[in-house]
Design a protein around this ligand. Structure first.
Ligand code: B12
Length: 343
């Protein structure tokens, strides 16, 4: 069997849906995009400030010769209608934490690379490393960027998690069908128009601090300006991906791990009454858990305020009076005021 076929087999067996291989060189085209984002005060908050490091695979693995860019799809069906007094989770948070799932699969892949491809030292990254996962996915040809900034990997649309394994042997360069498309203009405005907070300034240009995904994850007070725009979103936001015509024919995911274990809709009254142990039992395996209970309870209050139903008043009153976090108490007060206006 040719090396590339053997590699493809290993990667599929380890549970990945698509891959591309590139030499472990700097991703030159992302640099100017990140510099511009910084100059325009659009650089994301949760990430490393050192741009040169973020686009250089060797900064993660000094002896890396190849980068295997990987995708796993998580499109596990439609959420269905939201029941009253429930909040919506973005699709990426429905199932088992994707960091856990991808890390385990990458560990298996690394064992196979050591056993059968002569690799001695490998590194892996998914989301939390300083590397820009999307940049490696695009440069390797695994996928292409959409107007919503997400990377699309045919036939799965943008509903894919990305990761990469850095290997100290030269593997055959394998471009996906969307190889090297940084020069393509991004034009479709559907997601730009659909974004409730105008976080998408233009196709391919995002202001992360206005993105509801960011706002639902950040701690502290939720900015007043965006509270009504939050609507029924409890965590994350899929609006820009749902608005995209290219996602309509996305192939469903084969990975049971990403089927809902807490979502797609969460009972907000139950959430507000939860103690830490219940929160851990309910959300501990998901990618939401890292943020803790308070942020989710703050969001729950805002969603209940936006819904305006009087059944939420008793739990919001208790929360406004007794919750240990000032940000959750304040969000509950805001919600009570909204509900009394709606009456
Ligand atoms: C910080 C971060 C966020 C921030 C900022 C998002 C952002 N767009 O930068 C917030 C909290 C808002 C966020 C939200 C989400 N995130 Co996030 N996030 C990250 C993280 C940690 C770093 C992202 C980063 O460095 N951005 C830097 C900027 C410059 O990147 P960008 O704007 O997205 O880049 C695109 C555009 O600039 C565009 N572009 C600009 N100019 C030009 C010019 C040309 C010619 C071309 C062709 C393209 C182009 O192309 C770039 C690549 O797509 C990565 C993991 C990682 N370590 O890389 C995950 C990651 C990007 N997130 C991910 C996910 C799933 C999400 C959400 C869908 C979650 C949700 N449902 O709520 C949303 C999507 C929001 C969106 N539309 O981007 C996935 C994306 C998978 C994919 N298929 O693209 C990643 C890769 C995690 C992972 N490993 O799977 N995220």
């Amino acid at each position: 069997m040719a090396v590339i076929e053997k590699l493809a087999q290993l990667i599929t067996d380890c549970g990945f849906d698509a891959f591309a291989v590139m030499p472990a060189v700097k991703v030159t085209k992302m640099g100017p995009i990140l510099e511009r984002a910084k100059a325009e005060d659009r650089y994301p908050r949760f990430v490393d400030d050192d741009i040169a490091k973020r686009i250089n695979p060797s900064a993660l693995h000094q002896n890396a010769k190849s980068v295997i860019s990987l995708a796993v799809s998580y499109y596990t069906g439609d959420p269905g209608p939201r029941p009253p007094l429930h909040g919506t989770l973005s699709r990426s948070a429905w199932g088992v934490d994707y960091h856990t799932v991808l890390n385990e699969r990458m560990d298996r892949l690394i064992s196979g690379l050591k056993q059968s491809f002569g690799a001695q030292e490998c590194a892996k990254a998914v989301d939390t490393s300083f590397l820009v996962d999307r940049a490696l996915a695009i440069e390797s040809g695994l996928g292409y960027p959409g107007s919503n900034c997400c990377v699309y990997v045919p036939p799965y649309g943008s509903w894919v998690f990305l990761g990469e394994v850095l290997v100290d042997v030269e593997l055959p360069v394998t471009k996906g069908e969307a190889a090297d498309n940084w020069a393509e203009p991004i034009e479709c405005p559907a997601c730009v128009q659909a974004c409730p907070t105008n976080a998408l300034l233009a196709p391919g240009v995002i202001r992360p601090e206005r993105c509801l995904s960011y706002l639902t994850q950040k701690s502290g007070s939720f900015p007043l300006e965006f509270r009504e725009k939050l609507g029924s979103r409890l965590w994350g936001c899929d609006t820009c991906q749902q608005a995209c015509a290219q996602n309509r024919a996305a192939r469903p995911s084969r990975h049971r791990e990403f089927e809902p274990i807490v979502g797609p809709h969460v009972d907000l009254i139950y959430l507000l009454e939860m103690d830490n142990a219940q929160f851990k039992a309910q959300f501990g395996r998901t990618s939401i858990a890292w943020r803790g209970k308070n942020v989710l309870q703050r969001n729950a209050c805002l969603v209940l305020g936006n819904e305006g139903r009087s059944e939420a008043v008793p739990v919001l009153t208790r929360t406004a009076e007794n919750h240990p976090s000032p940000h959750v108490r304040e969000a509950a007060q805001w919600a009570l005021a909204k509900i009394s206006q709606a009456d």
